[in-house]
Write a protein that binds this ligand. Structure first.
Ligand code: BG6
Ligand code: MG
Length: 222
């Protein structure tokens, strides 16, 4: 069914939506998993996308998690983060995904508010490297929230900071957990990636290069 919406805000995820840091997170977790003799591939990685650092580590450790003390887990998470930070050290505006900057400009030109909802503690660094910090009316990251996606807290906090009702917000996400967060916040979800993976999204496009004015006004809603 085609639904007409008058969105008043678009809230973007960062990793995997505006830039390909989702791949760097994957590489860093893969390196850690291999050092622990744990099998880890792109398919297993789908469940980690959008999940905070310690939650991701628990998913990787799985049934072996009880073998580690809290301090050991913190050290492993820190090791992953060091490698991740090494991978993002040379990022620049060239690392914006195709269509990302145009999508932000399109939303701004349409007089809608722009929010960012990322559970990453590195979000502000990545935004600075991409030189897009000032594009956002509000940024909600790991410092502001207590619950990781799929909890709706992060998208609800962004909507509340922007002063826009959740049902007037469009959330844009590349992760299964993120789409769940958007939907349980009562928002419309635009998935970035494969529709076979992001099955709970209202619509899925393969990248922001396909984002258009049309997505701000009408939607085939589930
Ligand atoms: C999310 C990523 O944006 O941030 C996850 O999708 C990542 O893969 C999470 O684990 C936390 O990131 P960080 O930078 O705080 O370790
Ligand atoms: Mg993401």
């Amino acid at each position: 069914m085609i639904m007409r919406f008058n969105f008043e805000a678009v809230i973007f995820d960062l990793d995997g939506v505006l830039t390909d840091t989702a791949h760097y997170h994957f590489l860093a977790w893969k390196r850690l998993a291999e050092s622990l003799d744990i099998a880890f591939d792109e398919t297993a990685n789908e469940d980690l996308k959008g999940i905070d650092r310690m939650g991701s580590l628990d998913l990787i450790l799985g049934s072996t998690a009880h073998r580690y003390t809290h301090e050991q887990k913190c050290a492993l998470a820190e090791e992953k983060n060091r490698y991740y930070q090494y991978l993002i050290a040379t990022m620049s505006p060239n690392d914006l995904l195709p269509g990302a900057l145009s999508a932000l400009h399109l939303v701004k030109a349409s007089k809608l508010k722009i929010g960012l909802a990322s559970v990453s503690k590195n979000a502000s660094t990545v935004l600075e490297r991409l030189q897009i910090t000032t594009m956002f009316d509000d940024i909600v990251d790991a410092a502001t929230i207590s619950k990781s996606k799929p909890d709706p807290e992060i998208f609800l906090t962004a909507a509340s900071h922007l002063g826009i009702a959740p049902d007037r917000c469009l959330g844009v996400e590349d992760s299964i957990a993120g789409i769940r967060s958007i939907k349980s916040a009562g928002m419309t979800a635009l998935g970035i990636g494969k529709s076979s993976i992001l099955t709970e999204a209202d619509k899925v496009i393969t990248g922001l290069n396909l984002f258009s004015l049309h997505h701000l006004h009408s939607f085939e809603s589930k």
